[in-house]
Design a protein. Sequence first.
Length: 58
Amino acid sequence: MKSLNEAVDYLKVAEEASSQRLTQLQTKGADQRAILFEQERQKRIRETLAAVQEALVN
C-alpha cells in the first residue's frame, strides 16, 4: 500500500512537470512534434495515475 501511495505522489509530480513543460513549449512556439510528444506523455501519465489510484481503491 505504501508503494502505491508513493507511486501516486510520483505521478502527480510528473504530471505537474509535464504540464509545465507543455506550457513552455506552447509559449515558445516550439515544433509541433515536440508539443504532440509532450501531450501524449502527459496523457500516459494521467492514465497511469488513474490506474494506480483505482488499485488503491480496490
